[in-house]
Design a protein around this ligand. Structure first.
Ligand code: NDP
Length: 331
């Protein structure tokens, strides 16, 4: 059995030395009510960076020398629990371990005959729900409006853009490479894309791509990219603060943003959210995402990294933009 624990807390960008691998030769026994799980796919997500710090947040920090946890799809390889049968697959928050014992609490059964198992960590999992619920609940999109999405070629952003398109919006994406911009336009149906690494003036490029102004901004990254979008907002714009990956590794005290006057004069709404705020809407949202996927109205990209030992590197690579769509490790 292999386990990955948090060895020490990252300062700035996470490194491999923040993690430790533990290998044990032992058989895991299960008691009545328990199941034995074998990890199949492990999700790595930018928000895990927050749990690696000991700062107060909406979920407790990871404890040092304890396994890191994230979304995992696992196979039931033995069961003494009436709800689960050997051979079934489940998804839920589980330890970074090749095998583990669970009571089944908090686990959902997933069906590989309906969709590939990895999708339950992406478009049919937490990131798909985040895209759909953030956009619909806070963005309140109206056909004909213009939305800008940052982190647009990632797991959340690529789904936000496609849903916005389905709802009749003009969609502009911001991402870090030309290859990703091509993907936005050719695979995900965005109307325009801006490469923030090569743009000489992001605010001017947004103005060009969104000549009628920005009604909705779905923000995954924060920082200067977001300032450039906010310079272009319309009256009654909605700004969905989903994430701020550009500052997750910052060691400086956060600076005040200077775009507040744009919010005031446009009567704009800026709201942060955590997807679990909308837990009661998960079944309905999941049904909608699965329907669109089955109807080929939604598509997705995944960057699948192979091997349990590569989990920490895959996580670190999120901060280098190495992924297109959802970053997942196949065990
Ligand atoms: P992504 O698949 O979008 O992966 C991260 C991407 O962020 C990279 O591919 C990279 O793309 C981009 N990125 C990395 N560093 C920077 C930087 N310095 N500046 C700009 N972009 C950068 O991850 P997710 O879709 O899983 O998550 C997207 C965001 O949503 C994150 O901020 C995450 O924390 C947040 N989130 C929030 C949730 C909530 O409940 N509020 C739930 C899930 C996610 P590129 O090449 O374009 O730079």
């Amino acid at each position: 059995i292999k386990t990955i624990v948090l060895n020490n807390r990252p300062e700035g960008k996470p490194t491999l030395s923040n993690f430790e691998f533990i290998s044990e030769e032992k058989d895991l026994n299960i008691n009545d009510g328990e199941i034995l799980l074998e990890a199949a796919y492990v999700s790595v997500d930018p928000y895990l960076r927050g749990r690696m710090s000991d700062a107060k947040s909406y979920v407790p920090p990871f404890e040092l020398n304890k396994p890191v946890q994230s979304g995992v799809v696992a196979k039931v390889i033995a069961s003494k629990n009436d709800t689960f049968t050997e051979g079934e697959y489940v998804s839920g928050m589980l330890d970074w371990k090749t095998k583990q014992v669970s009571t089944g609490e908090g686990l959902l059964k997933v069906d590989s005959s309906k969709a590939p198992l990895s999708t339950y960590l992406g478009i049919l999992g937490m990131t798909g729900l985040t895209a759909y619920l953030g956009l619909t609940q806070i963005g309140k999109p109206v056909a004909g409006e213009t939305i800008v999405v940052s982190g647009a070629a990632g797991a959340v952003g690529s789904v936000v853009g496609q849903i916005a398109k389905l709802l009749g919006l003009n969609v502009v994406g911001i991402a870090g490479t030309d290859e990703k911009i091509e993907l936005l336009k050719n695979k995900f149906g965005f109307d325009a894309g801006i490469n923030y690494n090569t743009s000489k003036d992001i605010a001017a490029d947004i103005k060009k791509a969104a000549p009628n102004g920005v009604d909705i901004y779905f923000d995954n990254v924060g920082g200067p990219i977001s300032d450039a979008v906010l310079f272009n907002i319309n009256r009654f714009a909605r700004i969905i603060i989903c994430g701020a990956i550009s500052v997750y590794n910052s060691t400086e005290t956060p600076k005040s943003i200077s775009v507040q006057p744009f919010l005031v004069k446009n009567s704009a709404l800026m709201q942060g959210f955590i997807v679990s705020n909308y837990a009661e809407k998960f079944p309905e949202a999941m049904k909608q995402l699965a329907t669109w996927l089955a109807e080929d109205k939604l598509t997705y990209s995944e960057t699948i990294v192979e091997g349990f030992d590569n989990i920490p590197k895959a996580f670190i690579d999120l901060f280098e933009g190495k992924n297109k769509g959802k970053m997942i490790v196949k065990i």
